[in-house]
Design a protein around this ligand. Structure first.
Ligand SMILES: CCC[C@H](O)CC(=O)SCCNC(=O)CCNC(=O)[C@H](O)C(C)(C)COP(=O)([O-])OP(=O)([O-])OC[C@H]1O[C@@H](n2cnc3c(N)ncnc32)[C@H](O)[C@@H]1OP(=O)([O-])[O-]
Length: 719
């Protein structure tokens, strides 16, 4: 797993071989130990170069090994042996040097990087810290502030930035290994003492205490309950204040706590889940690896409201040529200005030229005749969308893929209105579409695997976490959100306040609780949907019967607020009050509290004390329960799909892995028991009725989450 060659007569070249990213598995570590030993004991070898095969230096420790008992030589002494070597060791960095990979390079005496390489210590995003000496060597090399920035955010830096920071000694546009060999020859025989980073003190930093206090405060705020960023600050503090050996001991202690934490397990699960959703499969048996996407060179967006604009930007930023169609002239002009602004700002942030010429604007739908794929983003109205689809079917060249951006409408119904339903898929973007990571790719029973493959590939190109899901009301994300929001309304009726509910959810790790989120997105959105479903009635009736609609418990609280014109931030009033319409700082609103009191009195409800635990159990377990229904219905292929949707699109705290992972951590039997408990108390609430899949999983011994797929298949075959 590490190959040894002698090149240029006196350079020992060690090549890490562990595709795809040369992760430091036990075999690679053993290979490094053996080959370093061989190079150092060969009298003909004057210096050593370490590189990775296939254009990538090293992606770090092998994350898959973390789940099992670690064997093989440990990283720390291996890196220490390299640093203490009496011959210069040069790291030749191509592709990536991340985590343990960069720590290995920091143990080398010199680092040469290709100009396209990326370097970083991303352990924090896996719930860990750079614990092979990275937290101790990096601050010694580049100073405390820069090291804190890199280690607490886990961000990857370009080779140019790495050179500027002093992480690498040279950047090349040519063959990195050849440059490193040349460099290694040039430094052979030089004293290595100044190159052993662990022997240096950290560069002097004035007012160290104030700096750490400030960073710790910032990190605590943005961590939303994640523990790894805090441990990262503590480890760097050890580097700045303790001798190396003691700093290493502190690094080890902190890592030991993190390594076995549920948060590390959750974050590592997210890492693999994000990659697993790319290997999509449909109930028909169609799969990612047997379905070839169609090439997309030219795309179109129909309708340039908020969503259409964001989608146009996301497409143009991938380098595609985009036809942006809006029939209203004024809207078109406004959209053009807004899209150009977004493209310019995005390009500035990425240091590239804006793709302004990539977008052609038109008022005429005929302009899309020769595109390969259309994303329709007109107003959320089935009659209007149907009309647009019929026009598109008539205008577009044969084989053009027709995608609808919808958050709730029936993709099958729309497909059935076109002569080629196999070419139709849903693409549920989230606002703002050029920023939000999530994309639900919705297939119907007639969508062709090729259409799904094309939409999934396009999503990947746009940098989205794309998840293929079946067609149902609300798809996966919004379908699970419904019981969550309903439970929050019921809690208000029973005595909770928006502040209490939001605080419980924000302490859990959501960036915003359900009521602050509702104020942000607009209360009128849900009101319109409930009206369409025939649930909204005039607010004068009282008593229990007024709160049973369509045979189930219903809370009209949101409707009553809308009747008062309280639509949230945009009107300056909602569940909270705001300084003025459009303002973002939510403040306690005495009106709302007396309104809740009067509402409870009108309906004969007696407010009781509700604690955070109940808020979490009722809101989250109702949402999770819906997730089990979704799995049982085959709408999501596995728990990873649901979890990626919630982590990337709905603010579920990543360090809790996603709702299904969380259920697995809490214990399926516990989730079932609490749902049964609340269902007994609220029999008129169907979403508290435990899903049969949850019951069956518990009855079959609560298999761990990575075995749910097998268990679900087995349980289904027994039905
Ligand atoms: C004591 C220890 C201390 C130490 O400080 C701890 C660490 O180093 S923690 C580690 C710190 N390091 C990190 O956090 C870096 C994590 N890795 C990355 O950020 C990206 O993979 C990388 C940028 C390297 C390549 O991106 P890309 O080209 O888009 O490719 P891709 O992302 O699609 O991955 C391709 C395949 O490789 C797999 N795989 C990847 N890395 C690892 C790994 N370390 N291990 C195992 N497997 C890994 C990945 O699952 C996927 O498998 P599959 O079966 O095909 O789905």
């Amino acid at each position: 797993m590490a190959e040894y060659n002698r090149v240029s007569e006196c350079v020992g070249l060690i090549t890490l071989r562990n595709p795809p990213v040369n992760a430091l598995s036990a075999a690679v570590r053993q290979g490094i130990v053996d080959t370093v030993q061989r190079a150092l004991s060969d009298p003909n070898v004057k210096s050593v170069v370490i590189c990775g095969q296939n254009g990538i230096f090293c992606g770090g420790a092998d994350i898959k090994e973390f789940r099992s008992n670690m064997t093989g030589p440990p990283l720390i002494p291996m890196i220490h042996a390299i640093e203490s070597a009496n011959k210069p060791v040069v790291a030749a960095i191509e592709g990536s040097a991340l985590g343990g990979g960069l720590e290995l390079a920091l143990g080398c005496h010199y680092r040469i990087a290709h100009s396209k390489a990326r370097l970083g210590l991303p352990e924090v995003s896996l719930g860990l810290l750079p614990a092979a000496g990275g937290s101790q060597r990096l601050p010694r090399l580049i100073g405390v502030p820069a090291a804190l920035n890199l280690i607490t955010t886990g961000r990857h830096v370009t080779a140019a930035e790495a050179l500027q920071l002093g992480i690498v000694d040279q950047v090349t546009d040519h063959n990195t290994v050849a440059a490193a060999v040349k460099f290694a020859l040039s430094v052979a025989g030089r004293s290595l003492d100044p190159r052993r980073i662990s022997t240096h003190p950290c560069p002097q930093q004035p007012d160290l205490d104030a700096l750490f206090e400030e960073v710790m405060q910032k990190v605590r705020q943005s961590a939303r309950g994640a523990i790894a960023p805090i441990a990262c600050v503590q480890a760097v503090r050890a580097a700045a204040t303790l001798p190396y050996a003691q700093g290493m001991e502190r690094e080890r202690e902190l890592m030991a706590t993190l390594f076995t934490s549920g948060q590390a397990r959750a974050l590592q699960y997210c890492f693999f889940a994000e990659r697993a959703v790319g290997r999509w499969r449909m109930p028909s048996g169609a799969r990612w690896d047997t379905s070839k996407p169609r090439p997309v060179h030219k795309a179109a967006v129909i309708g340039l409201g908020t969503m259409g604009r964001g989608i146009t930007v996301a497409l143009a930023q991938t380098g595609l040529s985009v036809i942006a169609v809006e029939t209203q002239e004024k809207q078109l002009m406004e959209a053009k200005q807004a899209i150009s602004g977004m493209l310019e700002r995005g390009a500035k942030g990425r240091g590239v030229a804006p793709a302004l010429d990539g977008v052609i604007y038109s008022q005429n739908i005929q302009a899309v005749a020769d595109v390969d794929l259309v994303i329709e983003a007109v107003f959320e109205d089935i009659a209007l969308k149907t009309k647009v689809f019929q026009q598109l079917s008539a205008v577009c060249k044969p084989g053009t893929l027709l995608c609808t951006n919808t958050s709730a409408l029936d993709v099958d119904q729309l497909a059935s209105e076109t002569p080629n339903p196999e070419l139709v898929v849903g693409m549920h973007f989230f606002a703002p579409a050029h920023v939000m990571k999530l994309l639900e790719v919705v297939y119907g029973p007639r969508s062709s695997p090729q259409a799904v493959a094309t939409a999934m590939q396009l999503g990947k190109k746009m940098g989205k976490a794309s998840v293929a899901v079946g067609n149902c009301r609300g798809f996966v994300g919004n379908r699970m959100l419904k019981p969550y929001i309903e439970e929050a309304f019921f809690l208000l009726e029973e005595g909770a306040t928006p502040e209490l509910v939001d605080q419980a959810l924000e302490e859990f790790g959501f960036p915003m609780g359900v009521f602050r989120m509702s104020d942000l997105s607009g209360l009128d959105v849900g009101w319109r949907v409930r009206k369409g479903d025939g649930l909204v009635e005039p607010g004068t009736a009282s008593g229990r019967s007024a709160r049973i609609r369509q045979g189930r418990r219903y809370s009209p609280l949101g409707d009553l607020l809308c009747e008062e014109g309280r639509f949230g931030q945009k009107t300056g009033r909602g569940w909270y009050q705001y300084d003025k319409p459009g303002s973002r700082v939510a403040r306690f609103d005495p009106w709302l509290h007396s309104f809740l009191g009067a509402y409870r009195a009108q309906h004969g409800l007696v407010a009781r004390r509700i604690d955070h635990q109940e808020v979490l159990e009722r809101c989250l377990y109702a949402l999770i329960n819906e997730g089990f229904h979704i799995l049982d219905d085959g709408i999501a292929a596995g728990p990873e799909d649901i979890d990626v949707i919630y982590v990337s699109g709905y603010g579920w705290p990543r360090h809790r892995g996603g709702p299904m992972f969380y259920a697995n951590m809490v214990g399926l039997a516990k989730v079932l028991e609490r749902l049964e408990h609340y269902q007994q108390l609220h029999p008129e609430v169907p979403h508290l009725q435990p899903s049969s899949l949850l019951r069956r999983l518990v009855a079959s011994g609560s298999p761990p989450i990575h075995k749910w797929g097998e268990a679900i298949k087995k349980l289904h075959s027994q039905l």
